[in-house]
Design a binder for this molecule. Sequence first.
Ligand code: FAD
Length: 317
Amino acid sequence: MSNLWIISDIVETAYEMLAKARELVSDSGGSVTAFLNGSEAQAQEAISYGADLVKLMQIPEKTPWEEYVPVLVQEAQGQKPDIILVGATRRGKDLAAQLAAHLDCPCVTECKTIQYGGTKALLKRMVYGGLAEKTVECNEFPLIATVAGRTFSKWEVNDTARQGIVSTLALPDKLKVKVVERRPKPKETVNIKDAPLVVGVGRGFSEASDVKLAEELAQAMGGEVGCSRPIAEDLHWLPEDRYIGISGQVIKPEVYLAAGISGQVQHVYGIRDAKTIVVVDKNENAPIFQVADYYIVGDLKEVLPALTKAAQEAKGS
Ligand SMILES: Cc1cc2nc3c(=O)[nH]c(=O)nc-3n(C[C@H](O)[C@H](O)[C@H](O)COP(=O)(O)OP(=O)(O)OC[C@H]3O[C@@H](n4cnc5c(N)ncnc54)[C@H](O)[C@@H]3O)c2cc1C
């Protein structure tokens, strides 16, 4: 009988991990507990997505989320979960590391796949910026594994007939850290992770004003504009939350169209799960062609307006 936990401050990631957790306990008939930063309604939804027990651990106003760690440690010592999947968000990563230290247990980060046979777990994760895949065998439990959003898919149809128990986790009496102020970062209204099509702007754009070529194409095709890191961090032509890659956003759109991006491994890490990759680059030896499904060798200043025109005509027809 196995006992799996999932912990996430983002509910969508929790629902995705629940599908995987259910699969992992399917042979043993074990139970799945979800620790969720969510509402009562979301707790019920988590049950219909596969949780047996939901423990709400909402982010308190003046306290960091990781302050729940001592409570989670106590719960883990009592319930003895075999595997704890933690959403690899900023808060989740901190929490997973602290939990692993307190429980003195293994912690495998950013897992792509997990197999569990009751006595041993096999986990795959990317290494060297996505150049290689590493398989980790784990024989010690509990095992903590962090999982990035969209690694697994939530159940296509949630099972509203499922029954479960919802409770609320209390913070420890003594808190170590107090949040003095929370100030929202000025944020873009778009989330490029949700866009079905992303046009990527790279250093091949010689001037800031040329970015409009990508914006026009994205608009004509119902998508958003993303970019390589130098465009956001060095040149500041686009906001930082638009850059894609190992240290930026990891996107999984239907179509990623890269223009003037050479395809360094740090960038490709963020696009490798796009369904279709289209590339425009004037250098026929650009490394990005290796991951392209379709490519055009040419000057982006000519190719992008032609694609925009074709998209507009297709829309109009
Ligand atoms: C620790 C670390 C983390 C990093 N993380 C990231 C990350 O998350 N994301 C990221 O993107 N980068 C990241 N980088 C940077 C990365 O290594 C590359 O430097 C960067 O991705 C290159 O950006 P680029 O492809 O836009 O530019 P370049 O490599 O300069 O490529 C420009 C491309 O444009 C083409 N080109 C030029 N003119 C035209 C034209 N007129 N028409 C068509 N094509 C043209 C060129 O042939 C070339 O292929 C990281 C680097 C480090 C060290």
